[in-house]
Write a protein that binds this ligand. Structure first.
Ligand code: ARG
Length: 458
């Protein structure tokens, strides 16, 4: 017998039973569902919609069910459709007719909206903790590599020298913003929809605020239609984690590149690499590749939810049951990715010498040579032209700018003098870039400190 069976003369077709049931995945919400029902029942008792003895029976019954689910003693039924009706059915089986009062003044529509908000709120906190751990690892590495010189790139062509520390701190900024976005999502999510009913509220004198307070919300939602049909919080969450995955993916792409034989900037630890079934010599950065690959599925989750919502008339529609699998998949994907990337990063070996060597070649000091002339009052565009011709000269000669003699420099401009050699040394080029946000080791030290403070705030 269905909980909603009164107006039906025939049973549900077996195919439909299987098709519309969500218990296989929404059982993941059991804790939040019970937590919400307990708060609702307590409030029903307080306002006198049910007696306090009845409220107590319901709450005790729900607590027993919670324990039994946690110890694996409960088997859910596909016939009971979803987690909400499975638990209500169990409650009535256990405590009798009083159990049938728990759903007074409530609908599964506001119930599921509540469950998902509670669930996401906890997962946002977990995701943030994992991000904070990753950021701390970045900061430790940054501290260690303040004088590990490396080439910076644009268009994946060598551009200017930086330090490995500075490069790592770019990711710290990204993940700090991701944490900020999760905070924003949490703030807007943290309102209780309970009391919205099916879509038009209820005539029962419910105390919505008391329920909201018991469940740790900052307040209640202010429109019953919106209360049951809003999934912005889930979409915001998926947007935030999509951006987070994009950042992880860019990092992983760099790790794949850097661990290649051509770069050799880093060696991934054996524990985070895998081999080939045919090529005995291979050590592949599969973990990094997989994180890069999994980014696509999180984007897919976001697009699926946006698309599912875009045509829905107010208020609740069954389409919305499709929100959960996307949300669960995105949570699992980002959390597992964060979990594995952190130790992968921490254990990798950084080849300082190779990086430093890379920082030197490829005319990474050409801008500094142009700046040298500009500082001696040569208009920058002319300085650029002069150094461009010098680079061409060196390319033909097969050497670097620093290998030329002063007389050769002077053939291109008489402004050049002996002091130029100091100015185009890689270390000098980095150390002089002291502006806020720059790569100079002393600036980076301050950036590490500021990032640590920011991490405490987000
Ligand atoms: N399992 C449903 C969902 O996840 C719960 C709400 C069902 N409401 C309804 N009126 N059929 O969306």
């Amino acid at each position: 017998m269905k909980l909603w069976g009164g107006r039906f003369e025939k049973t549900t077709d077996a195919l439909v039973e299987d098709f519309h049931s969500s218990i296989s995945f929404d059982q993941r919400l059991y804790k939040q569902d019970i937590q919400g029902s307990i708060a609702h029942a307590r409030m029903l008792g307080q306002v006198g919609v049910i007696s306090s003895a009845e409220a107590k029976q319901i709450i005790d019954g729900l607590q027993d069910i919670l324990k039994d689910i946690q110890t694996g003693k409960v088997e859910f039924e596909v016939g009971a459709e979803d987690i909400h009706m499975n638990i209500e059915k169990l409650l009535t089986e256990r405590i009798g007719v009083v159990g049938k009062k728990v759903h007074t003044g409530r609908s599964r529509n506001d119930q599921v909206a509540l469950d998902l908000r509670l669930f996401l709120r906890a997962e946002i906190d977990k995701t943030k903790d994992l991000m904070a751990k990753l950021i701390n690892t970045f900061l430790d590495l940054a501290q260690e590599h303040r004088e590990t010189w490396m080439p910076g790139y644009t268009h994946l062509q060598k551009a200017q020298p930086i330090t490995f520390s500075h490069h790592l701190l770019a990711y710290v900024q990204m993940f700090l913003r991701d944490m900020g976005r999760l905070n924003d999502t949490r703030k807007r999510l943290n309102f209780s929809p309970l009391g919205s009913g099916a879509m038009a509220g209820t005539t029962f004198p419910l105390d919505r605020e008391a329920v909201a307070q018991e469940l740790g919300f900052d307040g209640v939602t202010l429109n019953s239609l919106d209360g049951v049909s809003d999934r912005d919080f889930a979409i915001e969450f998926l947007s935030s984690v999509s951006i987070g995955m994009m950042h992880l993916s860019r990092l992983c792409e760099e790790l794949v590149l850097w661990s290649s034989g051509e770069f050799q900037f880093v060696n991934m630890d054996d524990g985070y690499s895998t081999g080939s079934s045919i090529m005995p010599q291979k050590k592949n950065p599969d973990v990094a590749e997989l994180v890069r690959g999994k980014t696509g599925r999180v984007y897919g989750d976001l697009i699926a939810l946006l698309t599912m919502m875009k045509g829905l008339p107010l208020a609740y529609n069954k389409d919305m049951q499709e929100d959960k699998e996307q949300v669960f998949d995105a949570i699992d994907t980002i959390q597992k990715s964060l979990l594995v990337v952190e130790p992968m990063l921490r254990t990798m070996k950084v080849n300082r010498e190779v990086m430093a060597k890379g920082a030197k070649g490829g005319f990474t000091n050409a801008t500094d040579l142009a700046d040298y002339l500009a500082k001696k009052n040569v208009p920058f565009r002319e300085a650029h032209e002069i150094v461009g011709r010098l680079v061409l000269y060196c390319t033909k000669k097969g050497c670097g700018l620093e290998d030329l003699k002063l007389e050769e420099f002077q053939e291109f401009s008489e402004v050049f003098s002996e002091d130029l050699f100091e100015r185009i040394g890689i270390e000098y080029c980095v150390r002089e870039r002291k502006l806020t946000g720059g790569p100079a080791p002393e600036t980076v030290l301050r950036a590490i400190e500021l990032s640590k403070q920011e991490l405490k705030r987000v």
